[in-house]
Design a protein around this ligand. Structure first.
Ligand code: G3P
Length: 219
């Protein structure tokens, strides 16, 4: 399963990229606004750090303008994935942009039927928002199971399930158990994946016992 980082914070991306665990990046208008930086400068900086897909979302709501914006965004770098919302205009723009060989991430997906439409429109990725479904009292991971089942029923549906709106390591584990293709993680969630109190406790005990030997490996 691929790990994308869900942020426009360059320092975070650079730090996490050094772990070798960052397969791509997703941004959205809220994350770009939070960065306080020029959109195109942020995208250029991200694409220079991460060779994998970097999602950049259009701001237009009609398909013609979405296509124009998507083409403009794709000029930033070859690894830009144009992000469009799951609306009929977004699906039409997805069809055109994917038809021109661009990666397209169809975002704001909240139902299996929406995900089916995204795949039929030729999306590279579909982004179901599990955290926001949980927040609304639904079972976000059930949607991932439904999409996985539907996509696996048809060889023609090649869209990758990019689990988004991830809130915690349980979402990551469950996405992997279901067989999602990608999770996009807030930096804090990615960092939390490696943490376990028994690991810390066990390492401290090993080091204390090693110190008692008085030996050094690099002597
Ligand atoms: O960037 C898409 C998605 O991951 C945003 O999720 O719910 O944390 O804003 P959220």
């Amino acid at each position: 399963m691929k790990f994308f980082v869900d942020t426009a914070d360059i320092a975070e991306i650079r730090d996490l990229a050094e772990t070798g665990m960052v397969d791509g990046v997703t941004t959205n208008p809220s994350l770009v606004a939070k960065s306080g930086r020029d959109f195109f400068e942020v995208l250029r900086d991200i694409c220079a750090i991460v060779p994998g897909p970097v999602s950049a979302e259009v701001a237009a709501t009609d398909s013609k303008a979405m296509i124009e914006e998507g083409l403009r965004l794709s000029e930033v770098a070859g690894n830009i994935a144009v992000k469009v919302p799951l609306t009929w205009d977004g699906l039409k723009a997805c069809r055109t942009l994917s038809g021109r060989g661009l990666m397209v991430n169809v975002t704001l997906c909240f139902s299996a039927n929406q995900a089916l439409l995204a795949a039929k429109a030729g999306a590279t990725f579909v982004s179901p928002f599990v955290g926001r479904l949980d927040d609304a009292g639904h079972e976000g991971m059930e949607l991932i199971e439904e999409i996985r089942t539907i996509y696996d029923n048809y060889d023609a549906l090649a869209t990758e399930i990019l689990v988004a709106s991830v809130r915690n390591p349980v979402h990551v584990r469950d996405a992997a158990l279901i067989g999602a293709d990608v999770v996009t993680l807030p930096p804090a969630v990615l960092r939390a994946l490696a943490a376990h109190p028994l690991t810390d406790k066990g390492l401290a005990a090993f080091l204390a016992d090693w110190k008692k030997t008085g030996q050094e490996i690099l002597r």
